[in-house]
Design a protein around this ligand. Structure first.
Ligand code: PRE
Length: 361
């Protein structure tokens, strides 16, 4: 074969490559349109029957020389890419997505600007048990110059026979303590019926892991004018978590803090498995601040400090942990809450760690 002949064949291949490129991009554009139509209709993006139908038609028309298995492979790759494109467009459309809004959302709570670079901290007892119990923790929090306290008044417990929380009485205790110590209150609400009443007592509405897909509660939280701390469901994918946040923002409330709190896996060494990589993924995919709850993810007091360090090191906007004046007699989560001395040590070590690595303190 002469050089000339080879060159001419290669020119031919170059032209065909460009033609194929034009065609696959044209196909991709049409498939994107299909994606939009499906989105509107609420239809599943993946359609195996349609894919089978297309492969059959292609097979009938395949005159070779490519073997059918190769042709199938190429087209299946195209279908896969089409799905990814549709999915990407769907993400772009989400109001919580970074693609929709590039800048970080800053959530302001009691003067604290959450999500602006300086890590925030939310400490407090698992459940509100008495004024004195909450006040003792509030005092320790205030001494550290922190501005928020957590405490559960409505407790969604695994067993109906376990302590269910003090309800409204608990919210009233939180309010009194918060006024006395100038702290904002973060507390979980479990049903839309309680929401309106709770707004008089709390500053940040927490939606817990068990309610991450309680869509009525999410919608109700989306209609209020207060920040919402949304925890990841214990068996929720990151995608489902993001969509739960979308339920809130879609109703007009964009003051949302996401909170990774561990997911259920086969691992038994910890209560849940802390999905630490969820933090940078959520920060990339959404514009919302991301917290890590080190208490519920580990269920182990000895792991609170290392996981809090990991959370801050990986870019979390805040850390949440439980503190109780006397964990041994706590009505819930006795094994995992810190006492006041452990709290001091934990916080001091974390501050040292942040200074050492020049993280804003
Ligand atoms: C398309 C993509 C994914 C589906 O699984 C089936 C087909 C394709 O690439 O042709 C397009 C599409 O979404 C559709 O026809 O419904």
């Amino acid at each position: 074969m002469s050089h000339q002949e080879l060159d001419s064949l290669r020119t031919n291949v170059d032209e065909l490559n460009l033609e194929i490129l034009r065609l696959i991009n044209e196909r991709a554009a049409v498939v994107q349109e299909i994606g939009k139509v499906k989105e509107k209709q609420g239809v599943n993006r993946y359609d195996p029957l349609r894919e089978r139908h297309m492969l059959n038609l292609i097979k009938e028309n395949n005159a070779g020389p490519l073997p059918q298995s190769t042709v199938d492979h190429i087209f299946k790759e195209l279908f896969k890419t089409a799905l990814e494109l549709q999915e990407d467009d769907h993400r772009k459309a989400l109001l919580v997505s970074r693609k929709k809004k590039a800048e970080d959302t800053i959530v302001v709570v009691n003067g604290e600007r959450i999500g602006e670079g300086k890590p925030s901290f939310v400490f407090g007892p698992c459940a509100v048990e008495s004024f004195d119990q909450v006040a003792a923790v509030a005092d320790a929090i205030q001494q550290k110059g922190l501005r928020m306290i957590r405490g559960g008044a409505y407790k969604p417990r695994t067993s109906p026979y376990d302590f269910q929380g003090l309800g409204l009485e608990g919210l009233k205790i939180l309010k009194r303590v918060s006024q006395q110590y100038n702290l904002a209150v973060v507390s979980e609400i479990v049903t839309p019926h309680h929401l309106e009443e709770a707004l008089d007592y709390i500053d940040v509405v927490q939606i817990g892991a068990r309610n991450m897909q309680n869509f009525e509660l999410l919608k109700a939280a989306g209609s209020i004018n207060k920040p919402v701390l949304l925890k990841r469901g214990m068996a929720a994918t990151i995608d489902e978590f993001i969509n739960a946040a979308e339920y809130i923002i879609s109703q007009g409330n964009d003051q949302i803090i996401l909170c990774e709190r561990g997911i259920r896996t086969y691992e038994k060494a910890t209560r849940n498995t802390l999905d630490i990589s969820a933090v940078p993924i959520l920060k990339q995919e959404t514009h919302l601040p991301v917290f890590v709850d080190v208490t519920h993810s580990t269920g182990r007091r000895d792991l609170l400090l290392p996981t809090a360090k990991a959370a801050i090191a990986i870019g979390a906007d805040g850390v949440m942990a439980e503190v109780h004046p006397d964990p041994a007699v706590a009505l819930s989560d006795a094994a995992q809450q810190m006492n006041l001395q452990q709290f001091d040590e934990f916080y001091d070590s974390l501050q040292k760690f942040m200074k050492q690595y020049e993280i804003q303190v």
